[in-house]
Ligand binder design. Sequence first.
Ligand SMILES: Cc1cc2nc3c(=O)[nH]c(=O)nc-3n(C[C@H](O)[C@H](O)[C@H](O)COP(=O)(O)OP(=O)(O)OC[C@H]3O[C@@H](n4cnc5c(N)ncnc54)[C@H](O)[C@@H]3O)c2cc1C
Length: 290
Amino acid sequence: MHIPSIEVHKAATLQEAGVLLGRYSPDVRLLAGGTDVLVDLKTARFTVGHLVALGAIKKLRGITEEREGLRIGALTTLTELDRSPLIAGGYAALRDATSQMATPQVRNAATVGGNIAGAVPCADLPPILIVMNATALLWSTKGRRTVQLENLIVGPRQTILRDDELLAAVNVPSPPARFGAAYARFGLREANAIAVAGVAAALVLNDDQTVRSARIALCAVAPVPKLAKAAARLLVGGVLDERACARAAAAAMEEAEPISDLRGSADYRCELVGTLARRALAAARQRIGG
Ligand SMILES: Cc1cc2nc3c(=O)[nH]c(=O)nc-3n(C[C@H](O)[C@H](O)[C@H](O)COP(=O)(O)OP(=O)(O)OC[C@H]3O[C@@H](n4cnc5c(N)ncnc54)[C@H](O)[C@@H]3O)c2cc1C
């Protein structure tokens, strides 16, 4: 299949991107790495007359460590995120996702912003960023706003982004003391297979090893990256032993809303959620140490 005739506009600044979005909306899409949007255009998932290419906007690039945490620009590629020396310590769990996603070639082009704003239910970064309490910085010519990442995606390929708005950056707060997070996912092959299911977990422990707070998010088993709130609640106040993990994993299975498709049945995905939840919790616990 061929991509239909489309006008591509290269924006050099955020302001230019905003003006172009306003001018051509709703017959326009943003183009970052293009690894999703070009496939969608080829397969006619949607058609538009205009693309606004973000690649030249320097303000959207780079990872910086700030007082409150990490700022990851929307145009940061998966390779850049994976290789950044800043992805260490409390942020190490981000690499659980980037190291398993796609192929090196795709990771060199694919961006963090595209992975999130594309709102594809099997995208690997949103669940781990959500359990790490990340926020999304949204920008338009009218101003900027910050939203919790779990509130950005509202359905398959649907976000709260307005027509004139783009995702500028993701902020990941500095991890508190005794914090650990991990992401466990299952794909049908070791490389270049999107997730059949994934589970992200983040824990903060008290000095006496009991759980102060827990967050668990599910990937590819609901229309959106879903917080398994009941599962996480079960952990709070107790010790994170095998029994507690098994109870939480069972609750997470209840909270999953999987569909059956060519990658796996709904029942299979549910089983995966149980297994992956136990793995993610154990890995998050191990990262805390002590
Ligand atoms: C072979 C292959 C394997 C893949 N494997 C995986 C995988 O294992 N895990 C996974 O999660 N994904 C996978 N993907 C999907 C894809 O590579 C990622 O989701 C990627 O991060 C998308 O980023 P992009 O820059 O290419 O986005 P694009 O394709 O440029 O854009 C995707 C969508 O997001 C919008 N968008 C992009 N940037 C912004 C922004 N800053 N603000 C607002 N909207 C924006 C675009 O308009 C479009 O709707 C795979 C894709 C391919 C082709």
